[in-house]
Design a protein around this ligand. Sequence first.
Ligand code: C5P
Length: 284
Amino acid sequence: MKVIVEKAGAKINLGLRVVNKRADGYHNLESIFQEVDLFDTLEISQSENGIKFVSNDPELGEGENNLCIRACQVFEEETGIPLHIQIRLEKLIPKGAGLGGGSSDAAACLRALNRFYGAGLRRGDLIRLAARIGSDVPFFVVGGTALVKGRGEVVMPVLHFPKNYRVLLVYPNLHTPTPQIFKKFQLGLTHYPPNVKFEAVICRVEAVKDFKLVFFNDLEKVTKSVYPVVNEIKERLYSVGAEFASMSGSGSVVFGLFEDRVEVSSESMKEAFGDFWVKWVKPI
Ligand code: C5P
């Protein structure tokens, strides 16, 4: 039996700048996305009839809220191929965490379907389909480090960028509602002048210690005001030696970047983050 396996990596937003609000209700963003080596795994095989979905996560149903199902629909519409497949998804990336897990699963699903049916869709086609599924999905067609603009559909790979660091992900088991976080965001409340573009300063980033001078997340202030735990985690990450700490996406994960040579003892980890889900990952 033919089985196609695709890995779906998580992301962090090293920086996220909200540029403006658009007429369609979305926001134009400028963000540096970084893929990390925490993966969901997606397997596709033939089904007897239609699209079947199974997962180790019982909360994931077969409706349109499941972004893998959305991916199947847009692929079917684009190619005209009637799908008879079983999707098996092993989820390890926490949901509602700002790590892009669902979006990455959708991109992996598009790649897998393209291979399974030999549909010959190119990267540009996949990005266009990805943008119909969700704002973060186009990035995962490309992966690695990328400057992302517009609603998320403009993805420019950043080729030479420091990767000699480890990332500590801290997740306070809290689903932050992305639409509400964006809704509460007010441009005037950012503490950085809106004309500071990551695109203009990214060439100055040569080492992990430079990240703090350049990157920020405009949504962090909003999420912190509703969920103070986000700020507590950020402070604790600095207290255990992070070079840079920030929230990812609209939260609730806060990540800390540590130079490769820096050791964090398991006692101080336990003391700082004992109640939370934590995971060490590496940038890809
Ligand atoms: O595109 P996606 O469904 O992932 O977006 C979720 C929500 O996040 C949107 O409904 C919108 O409220 C907000 N959003 C936004 N601008 C973006 C991306 C997301 O306002 N560029």
